[in-house]
Design a protein around this ligand. Structure first.
Ligand code: CP
Length: 313
């Protein structure tokens, strides 16, 4: 008899907390969801009657829109709380906001917050499912999963593959979710950036630290370029944009050193001409828009697994 499989928690808060089996379950389910989304009418009734709320305390284009689309593929009702016109603007706490939404009958809260740990706090204070859509510098698990999904589409496996994560590691929740997930799948990870953008003790997560992109690029299978997050920097952490671009930016000249089948990724939004030039961002090695497409399938899979669907296998 087939064993019914699902996620262990009611919430999806980080890749640190997921087992390898749970990561594989989400990725396999995302493959099925990609087929559903490709149908002429991409809609199934699985989550009919479920209520999903997005609560974003920070801006978003990709994550919020793709969660909206994912909810609609599964026939769920989705409400976007606009913080500027909500009672958060009057000083309501996160816990009070979450408790009030819960008693209205919300089944799932998708939360983005500038404070690391905010979705975890919300999850502890309600029975609804909570999905972390990015918390401070901590994690962005759905971005990590869509990045891994895209890598597997391109190279079948990440086991033993060299993944360079380059840029603002210190302020990057995308880097942390990539590291937690990719390590569980057996990838070799090198984080590259200036010392001022490198968090202390990051090597304890099992990654190599490098300050020279040119030394690492030649045998990389994947290069994941991170956005310079000026909005999170309290002081200038590198002398100038020009110097950063010169030392750590991915440009056509630097790409000549890379393998012919290297894959270039970026979570978006891109600072063109800073961490990556337009020539590379739009060039033959890039899968940046494919990452965005895959985000809808991955987020559909997560809503399906958390709110209603069970898979057998
Ligand atoms: N990558 C990402 O999280 O993009 P958004 O900020 O547009 O959601």
């Amino acid at each position: 008899m087939n064993k019914v499989k699902g996620l262990k928690s009611k919430d999806l808060l980080g890749l640190k907390d997921l087992s390898l089996e749970e990561i594989k379950l989400i990725l396999n389910t995302a493959h099925s969801m990609k087929e559903v989304i490709a149908r002429p009418i991409p809609k199934v009734p699985t989550l009919l009657g479920k209520h999903i709320v997005t609560l974003f305390y920070e801006p978003s284009t990709r994550t919020r829109t793709s969660f909206n689309m994912a909810a609609k593929v599964l026939s769920a009702n989705v409400t976007n709380v606009a913080l500027s016109s909500s009672s958060v603007a009057k000083g309501e706490t996160l816990i009070d906001t979450v408790k009030n939404l819960e008693v209205m009958g919300v089944d799932c809260l998708i939360i983005r917050h500038s404070m690391g740990g905010a979705p975890q706090l919300a999850a502890r204070n309600c029975n609804a499912s909570v999905i972390n859509a990015g918390d401070g510098f901590n994690e962005h698990p759905t971005q990590g999963l869509l990045d891994i999904f895209t890598m597997l589409e391109k190279k079948k496996t990440v086991k033993g593959k060299k993944v360079i994560i380059v840029g603002d590691i210190a302020h990057s929740r995308v880097a942390r979710s990539n590291i937690w997930g990719l390590k569980k799948l057996g990838a070799e990870i090198v984080v590259v950036g200036p010392p001022t953008l490198m968090p202390k003790a990051i090597e304890k997560l099992g990654v190599k630290v490098s300050y020279k992109l040119d030394d690492e690029i030649k045998d990389a299978d994947f290069i994941n370029v991170l956005r310079i997050q000026k909005e999170r920097m309290e002081k200038n952490l590198f002398p100038s944009i020009e110097e950063y671009a010169e030392l750590f930016g991915l440009n056509a000249e630097r790409m000549k050193k890379a393998k012919k089948d290297v894959i270039v990724m970026h979570p978006g939004p891109i600072n063109r001409g800073v961490e990556i030039t337009s020539e590379v961002a739009d060039g033959p090695y890039n899968v940046i828009l494919e990452q965005v497409t895959n985000g809808v399938a991955v987020r559909t899979a997560i809503l399906f697994l958390l709110l209603g669907g069970k898979t057998s296998g």
